[in-house]
Ligand binder design. Structure first.
Ligand code: MLT
Length: 401
C-alpha cells in the first residue's frame, strides 16, 4: 500500500473557487429560472484580440505543413516570445534578459511549482488575505507559512517587520484579492529587507497591465537590487484574456544566487531551468505564437482597449459602493474591488445572501484568509450589462440590510 502525502490533510477539501462553483451550481439546479450573475472568480469575458487570433491561426497553419511543422520546442520557451517579452519590459524601463524569462502555461502553475526550489524548513511569509495558491502549494509540500497582516489600517499593504525573519516572501501587486498596489518606496523597503535577511521575494505581477499610473512599479525589477533577491511571475490571463488559452512567464534573474549547505553558490535560474526541462516540455508552439502577438505595439493597444472596458466595470462597482457608504479598496489599478461586508457580516453569510436574494456571485473574503472574514471581493471581468444589473440588485439589497 502506498503511504500518501498526508500534507493534503492540512488543506481544505476543495479549492476556494471550486467550492464557490459547487455552491452556485447547486443553487442554479434548484432555481433554474433565476439569472445568476457571476462576479466571483477573476475570469475574463471578452474574446481574444484580433491580432492574437490571427497569430494563433498562423501557428495552426504552420503546424499543418512539413516545411514549417515544429515538434518539441525549447522547455524555456521560444526565443521569439522571450525576446518580445524582454522588449516589453524595456518599454517601461526595466532590463530583463531573454535568458532570464521562462514561458509557462500560467502564473498559477509557476507560483505553485516554484516551491520545489526551497527546502521545507524555510520561514515562508505570506500576506493575509492572500491568493490561496501560495498557501495551499506550500502546505501540500510539507512547508509551514507565517502570515503578515494586511488590514484596512495598512491599506492591505503589509510592510516588512525587522523583528520577523523570513526566507521566502510572497508579494502580489496589484494585489489579488484586495486590488491594493505597492508604490516604489514601499517596494524599495521590501527589497532592502530581503537583501538584509538573505531572503527571496516571490513577486506575483499577474495584474501589472492594469497599472496606469507611471509612478507605480509594474515590476519588482524596477527596484534597484531586486535582481539579487526576487523572482517575478507574470500572466497573459488577465492582460490578454488567456484564461482559457494558457500562457504566462516567470523571470528568474541570473544574479539570483544563494549559498547551499556546502557553502557554494547555487543559481536559481539554473535550478529552475533544470526543473522545467525535467518536468515540462514547454508551452504549445501555437499558443506562444498567439502570445507574441500581445507584445507588439498594436497587440498591446488591443489588449489595453479590453482592460479599459473592465475598468469601466470597476467604476460602476465603486460608484454603487460609494453611494451606500461602503468602504472599499482596489478597482483603480486592478480588476478587483475589495469591500467591507455590511454591518461587519461574515463574508460567507453575505455570499449566501447575495446568491439567494439577488443572484449575484462574489468571492467571500474568508476564502483568502482570516483578515478577509468580513470582506468581500467583486471582479470587474463581467460584461457592462451584467455588471450594471448586478450592482443595481446589490444596491437595492444594501438598502434593506
Ligand atoms: C481569482 O479569481 O483569484 C483568479 O482568477 C484566480 C487565478 O488567477 O488563478
Amino acid at each position: 500500500m502506498p503511504r500518501l502525502n498526508e500534507n493534503y490533510l492540512n488543506i481544505k477539501e476543495s479549492y476556494l473557487f471550486a467550492e464557490i462553483a459547487n455552491r452556485v451550481n447547486a443553487y442554479s439546479k434548484a432555481n433554474p429560472d433565476k439569472k445568476v450573475i457571476r462576479l466571483g472568480i477573476g475570469d475574463v469575458t471578452l474574446p481574444l484580440t484580433e491580432d492574437v487570433i490571427a497569430a494563433l491561426h498562423e501557428g495552426v497553419d504552420e503546424q499543418g505543413k512539413a516545411e514549417t511543422f515544429r515538434g518539441y520546442g525549447p522547455e524555456q520557451g521560444h526565443e521569439f516570445l522571450r525576446n518580445a517579452i524582454s522588449d516589453y519590459y524595456k518599454s517601461y524601463n526595466v532590463d530583463v534578459d531573454p535568458g532570464e524569462i521562462f514561458i509557462s502555461d500560467g502564473a498559477k502553475s509557476d507560483t505553485g511549482n516554484i516551491t520545489e526550489l526551497f527546502a521545507s524548513d524555510n520561514t515562508i511569509l505570506v500576506p493575509d488575505p492572500v491568493y490561496p495558491v501560495y498557501v495551499d502549494t506550500n502546505i501540500m509540500s510539507g512547508k509551514n507559512v507565517t502570515y503578515m497582516s494586511g488590514n484596512a489600517e495598512n491599506n492591505f499593504l503589509p510592510m516588512p517587520d525587522d523583528s520577523v525573519h523570513a526566507d521566502v516572501i510572497y508579494i502580489c501587486s496589484p494585489n489579488n484579492p484586495t486590488g491594493a498596489v505597492y508604490n516604489k518606496e514601499q517596494l524599495e523597503k521590501w527589497v532592502e529587507y530581503a537583501l538584509k535577511n538573505d531572503a527571496v521575494i516571490l513577486f506575483d505581477a499577474a495584474y501589472e497591465a492594469f497599472i496606469t499610473d507611471p509612478s507605480l512599479p509594474r515590476s519588482i525589477f524596477a527596484i534597484e537590487g531586486a535582481k539579487k533577491c526576487a523572482i517575478e511571475f507574470c500572466s497573459l490571463s488577465k492582460t490578454a484574456g488567456f484564461t482559457g488559452t494558457r500562457c504566462g512567464y516567470t523571470v528568474v534573474p541570473k544574479d539570483l544566487k544563494f549559498k547551499n549547505s556546502r557553502g557554494d553558490d547555487m543559481s536559481l535560474n539554473a535550478m529552475w531551468l533544470r526543473r522545467q526541462s525535467t518536468k515540462f516540455n514547454g508551452t504549445s508552439y501555437i499558443v506562444q505564437k498567439g502570445a507574441a502577438a500581445v507584445f507588439t505595439k498594436e497587440g498591446m493597444e488591443q489588449c489595453q482597449k479590453n482592460l479599459s472596458y473592465y475598468k469601466e466595470n470597476a467604476k460602476i462597482i465603486s460608484e454603487t459602493l460609494d453611494k451606500h457608504n461602503i468602504r472599499y479598496f482596489g478597482g483603480a489599478h486592478s480588476p478587483y474591488i475589495w469591500f467591507e461586508c455590511p454591518n461587519q457580516m461574515d463574508s460567507w453569510d453575505f455570499f449566501d445572501i447575495l446568491l439567494n436574494k439577488v443572484q449575484v456571485v462574489g468571492t467571500p473574503g474568508a476564502g483568502f484568509g482570516e483578515n478577509g472574514k468580513c470582506f468581500f471581493r467583486l471582479t470587474s471581468f463581467g460584461s457592462h450589462e451584467n455588471t450594471k444589473e448586478a450592482m443595481e440588485r446589490i444596491g437595492k439589497l444594501l438598502e434593506t440590510l
